[in-house]
Design a protein around this ligand. Structure first.
Ligand code: ADP
Ligand code: MG
Length: 399
């Protein structure tokens, strides 16, 4: 891999240089209070930012947050993130109230060596995500003007062909930050020659997002355990009724096909926690996976499934887990995710957790992060990496 790293940049000397860092500060926000629900992604970029400030760089950080539609939208402001980042870094973070406008220009111009600025949400600008090369390019020109060098430490965004990850590195000397480097090192172990048995656990909400990775992983894994909202499309493909559980009807045929070709590697839930409604206090009980009552919604995998999945994980030497087993945000439906996460932690395998919600679940359920080999900050990015796709942000660093 011909990627220059943060250490290469530090060796050149950064005092007095403005270093533009693309970080992934896209943290989950509490729906009611708007406060930061999980600061894992902020913590993940601290090693890179700390190294740069210590070395005396003028650090200009940029990130997206949520999915604003190309214009300022206060609910997606990075202002609370600036506060938290400052606390964690132990130094004030100068916040620019726009991304490339007057505030950004003044904030960057005023930076002293070793200081940090955070620009407002990249996606407040149409150019960031534009499919039009020229529109993206002109936004990238303006961003690149804030840096003498560029560091990509936004692993969660490297699979996006966006201005800040794909076009800015073409305009500045560029290196991979500590986080991006570590993520790529770990994931390449999984695509290379993982120690066996190699067991993958997939859950979460959207089958269509994850079919490609199932397809790519099937030949490589020894076992593939499927839970979460996506299991119902597979159960349907086996001919079972799934009530009002999450279902992607147009994917049933593809799932049936995958099951036929899976050589018995795919394990599905044998029992399901079925509720009266999608609500934290809904009445619920455990039913066999092939007997979900018509008006019920499956919100978690049941205890027999957890035991079966745990048995399948017991002798694993390598595991990859993406996607919660149930609606873990509601305590009544968090048992499956907790049980499977505990089984992964207990297996002693080299374990990789990928996915924003999965990583958040590890922390929200009070599990010890140290029991996992690596918790990836990138959901889509880690999946696309495992699929063997070219990631625009990584390719841009290689050039
Ligand atoms: P990740 O971010 O780890 O890749 P996803 O975004 O694919 O995971 O999915 C996470 C979401 O899936 C969680 O918000 C969780 O509530 C939801 N989920 C899990 N199981 C179910 C289910 N049975 N029904 C509906 N949603 C589910
Ligand atoms: Mg998610």
């Amino acid at each position: 891999m011909s990627i220059r790293t943060l250490d290469d940049l530090l060796a050149e000397g950064v005092p007095g240089r403005r270093v533009l860092v693309r970080a992934d500060l896209n943290v989950p926000l509490d729906k009611q209070s708007g406060s930061i629900a999980d600061d894992g992604r902020i913590r993940a970029v601290l090693p890179t930012l700390g190294a740069l400030t210590e070395a005396g760089a003028k650090v200009v950080v940029c990130s997206h947050l949520g999915r604003p539609k190309g214009a300022p939208d206060p609910q997606f402001s990075l202002a609370p993130v600036a506060g938290r980042l400052g606390e964690l870094l132990g130094t004030a973070v100068h916040f620019a109230t726009d991304t490339i406008g007057d505030s950004a220009q003044a904030t960057v111009a005023a930076l002293a060596d070793g200081e940090v600025a955070l620009l407002e949400n990249l996606r407040f600008n149409k150019g960031e995500t534009s499919k039009d090369d020229a529109e993206r390019g002109s936004f990238a020109d303006q961003l690149a003007a804030f840096g003498d060098a560029y560091v990509d430490d936004a692993f969660g965004a490297v699979h996006r062909k966006h201005a800040s990850v794909h076009d800015v590195p073409a305009r500045l000397p560029h290196v991979a930050g500590r986080l991006v480097l570590r993520e790529v090192e770990v994931l390449s172990q999984l695509t290379g020659a993982p120690e066996r048995p190699y067991v993958v656990v997939l859950g979460g909400s959207k089958v269509s997002d994850k079919l490609a990775v199932i397809e790519a992983l099937l030949p490589k894994v020894d076992r593939l355990l499927i839970g979460g909202g996506m299991c119902f499309t597979f159960l349907k493909a086996q001919g079972h009724e799934v009530g009002s559980s999450l279902l992607e009807a147009e994917m049933v045929e593809t799932c049936r096909n995958l099951l036929e070709r899976s050589e018995g590697k795919i394990m599905l839930p044998v029992d399901v926690v079925a509720a009266d409604a999608f609500a934290p206090d809904a009445a619920h009980d455990t039913v066999p996976a092939e007997g979900i009552p018509s008006k019920r919604v499956g919100l978690d995998v049941g205890p027999k499934t957890v035991a079966g999945f745990a048995a399948a994980l017991k002798d694993a030497r390598t595991t990859f887990w993406n996607g919660p087993m149930g609606v873990f945000e509601m305590p009544a439906f968090a048992h499956g995710t907790r049980g499977v996460a505990e089984a992964i932690a207990a297996s002693g395998a080299f374990s990789v957790v990928g996915g924003g919600d999965s990583a958040a679940a590890v922390r929200a359920l009070g599990l010890d992060e140290k029991d996992f080999g690596h918790i990836s900050t990138g959901g889509g990015a880690s999946l696309e990496y495992l699929e063997g796709k070219t990631l625009p942000g990584i390719a841009a660093l290689e050039n």
